[in-house]
Design a protein around this ligand. Structure first.
Ligand code: AMP
Ligand code: TRP
Length: 334
């Protein structure tokens, strides 16, 4: 009768992951972390942010590096403002149900379908050996997403296909067992930051060595900024900001009004690349103020990070176990 009162309040579920494969950079921050933090801290969402360490194993075979990277991601998220009381922050591997769901989903996904994945095709094109973990990467990622009945996945452009795969795989599962278990997740890709350029103007990427690190030491950041590749225009020349890597990186930190002012400097001429780089460096250092100290302090106290991750893992696992109970029943394992 009083349905209105008894209806559970439903919050949209937001989830995102970052592989623990190395040092974080501004591509990660503007492409994904910033949105995860802003939306994650918003009470309108039930939010999960995790360190994709099972995924990282596809490429990382150095246990210390893997472990350190996981701590760095957690510390970076906290230093950048993620509220662990509002966001469930955890290691993927503390919730082994992700692996179990992937094993089950493997049975509704065909090999030709996985062979169409960009990551697989890129490796093939470069004649690189592909391990089975990498081949099945999209299935594990679908498991991550579907486990929490996720509505929204904030990621960079490069992950778009993976979210499409997760949607497809949700459908494959639902049809195979004739159930409505998994809902279709949506990607959330911010247009302006879909692809953050690196110092060479290509996509900023750990594997390309063109990154500006979030929390590397000052000298490392300075070296990267001063190394931004430019053309040979004279300081007095008028410059096109839109094709300029310094501008395209700098604008990510600025408000609309500040972007217009910076644009004008490039367009008017009399704004040399040395000055443009100095100003970008100043902006980055300002951005790091406070955050870098918090990051360093956390990294010098790993047991505190471990405790936070463990707590998040416990919370995530409660949800994951609910989902797996449903799934195990649906497929006949229980
Ligand atoms: P990864 O480091 O590959 O695990 O990426 C973590 C997240 O950062 C993903 O959501 C990526 O889409 C995002 N990301 C990584 N590099 C960039 C970039 N250059 N521009 C925008 N987003 C990025
Ligand atoms: N593949 C993602 C990347 O490389 C990391 C990731 C794993 C992820 N599982 C996820 C991102 C689930 C979003 C949701 O960036």
């Amino acid at each position: 009768m009083f349905e209105f009162f008894s209806k559970p309040t439903y919050k949209k579920v937001l989830l995102s992951g970052i592989q623990s494969t190395g040092t974080l950079h501004f591509g990660n921050y503007f492409g994904a972390m910033k949105q995860n933090i802003e939306l994650g801290n918003d009470d309108a969402f039930d939010s999960y942010v995790f360190i994709a360490d099972y995924h990282a194993l596809t490429t990382v075979k150095d246990k210390e590096a893997l472990h350190r990277s996981a701590l760095e991601i957690a510390a970076a998220y906290i230093a950048c403002g993620l509220d662990t009381n509002k966001v469930t922050l955890f290691r993927q591997s503390s919730v082994p149900e992700h692996a179990e769901l992937a094993v089950i989903l493997n049975n509704v996904v065909t090999m030709p379908y996985l062979m169409r994945a960009h990551a697989f095709k890129d490796h093939e094109a470069k004649n690189q050996e592909v391990n089975v973990g990498l081949f099945c990467y999209p299935v594990l990622m679908a498991a991550d997403i579907l486990m929490y009945k996720t509505d929204v996945v904030p990621v960079g452009q490069d992950q778009k296909q993976h979210i499409e795969y997760a949607r497809d795989i949700a459908g494959f599962y639902n049809r195979a067992w004739n159930v409505e278990q998994f809902k279709l997740p949506q990607d959330l890709i911010m247009k302006d930051v879909a692809v953050v350029p690196g110092v060479d103007g290509e996509k900023m990427s750990k594997s390309k060595g063109n990154v500006i690190s979030l929390f590397g030491d000052d000298a490392e950041v300075k070296k990267a900024v001063m190394g931004i590749v430019t053309d040979s225009a004279h300081p007095d020349d008028k410059k096109n900001p839109d094709t300029n890597t310094i501008f395209n990186i700098h604008k990510l930190f600025l408000t609309h009004a500040e972007i217009d002012a910076l644009r004008a400097k490039f367009e008017q001429g009399g704004y040399g690349y040395k000055q443009a780089k100095d100003e970008l460096l100043e902006t980055i250092m300002k951005w790091r103020m406070g955050k870098k100290e918090t990051f360093d302090k956390l990294m010098s106290n790993p047991s505190k990070i471990e405790a936070l991750l463990e707590e998040g893992g416990k919370r995530a696992r409660v949800r994951a176990q609910q989902t797996m109970k449903e799934v195990r029943t649906q497929v006949g394992l229980e």
